[in-house]
Design a protein around this ligand. Structure first.
Ligand SMILES: Cc1cc2nc3c(=O)[nH]c(=O)nc-3n(C[C@H](O)[C@H](O)[C@H](O)COP(=O)(O)O)c2cc1C
Length: 186
C-alpha cells in the first residue's frame, strides 16, 4: 500500500552502489522507493461520484497523458476504497490540484478513515458529478476511458470533459522526499 513517509527502510547515502537487476529479477522494492522518493510531484485530490456515493483521496501519481485528445491518468493502489467506484461504463473522476497552503486537506484525504473527508473545504460538482475543490489551483473532470492493471496499482485513464483554472498565480503543493514542500523563490 502507498504510504508516504511511512517507509522505514534505511535511507541511502549519496554514493550508494547502484542497485542492479539481472535479466529476470527486478530491483528490490526498497531500492525502487529510495529512487522514486526523489521524484517531486504535485499533490491533488482525486474524487468520484458513483450513484449516491462520493469519495476522494489524495494522489501524487497524476499524469498528463495527451492533449489531443485530452487525457489524464491517475495511478491508484488496488486496495484503496475508490477502486470499485471507478468500474463501470459511466465511471468518472475529477482531479483538484492543491495549492501550497492546502496540506491539511491533503492529509485529511489521505489519512482520515472514519468520517466525511468532504466536511473540510468548499466543494462543487463538476459536469460528471464528481466533486471539485472550489479553491484548488485548477481542476479536471474526466470520464474513465481505460484501465490498466500495473503491479499493485491500476492506471485509470480519464478523458477530460471539463476543466477550469481557478488560481493561476498561486504556488502548488509539492511532495518530495517523504514530505510536503513548497516551491522556493527563483
Ligand atoms: C502526498 C500523498 C500522495 C499520495 N498519492 C497517492 C497516489 O498517487 N496513489 C495512491 O494510490 N495513493 C496515494 N496516496 C495514499 C492515499 O491518499 C491514501 O492511502 C488514502 O487513504 C486512500 O484512500 P482510502 O482510505 O479511501 O482507501 C497518497 C498519499 C499522500 C499523503
Amino acid at each position: 500500500m502507498w504510504a508516504p513517509g511511512y517507509d522505514r527502510s534505511p535511507r541511502s547515502s549519496m554514493s550508494e552502489s547502484p542497485s542492479t537487476a539481472s535479466n529476470t529479477e527486478p530491483v528490490s522494492s526498497t531500492a525502487y522507493r529510495d529512487c522514486l522518493r526523489h521524484l517531486a510531484g504535485g499533490v491533488s485530490i482525486v474524487t468520484t461520484k458513483h450513484g449516491d456515493i462520493t469519495h476522494g483521496m489524495t494522489a501524487s501519481a497524476v499524469v498528463s497523458v495527451s492533449a489531443e485528445p485530452p487525457l489524464v491518468a491517475v495511478v491508484i493502489d488496488r486496495g484503496h476504497s475508490i477502486n470499485p467506484l471507478l468500474e463501470g461504463d459511466d465511471a468518472c473522476f475529477a482531479v483538484s490540484i492543491l495549492a501550497e497552503e492546502q496540506r491539511e486537506l491533503a492529509d485529511r484525504f489521505a489519512f482520515l478513515k472514519d468520517g466525511d473527508r468532504f466536511l473540510r473545504g468548499t466543494w462543487e460538482h463538476a459536469e460528471t458529478g464528481s466533486p471539485v475543490l472550489a479553491d484548488s489551483l485548477a481542476w479536471l473532470d474526466c470520464r474513465v476511458s481505460a484501465r490498466q492493471p500495473a503491479g499493485s496499482h491500476t492506471i485509470f485513464v480519464g478523458s477530460v470533459v471539463a476543466s477550469q483554472v481557478r488560481r493561476p498565480d498561486v504556488s502548488p503543493l509539492l511532495y518530495w522526499n517523504r514530505a510536503y514542500r513548497a516551491l522556493s523563490a527563483d
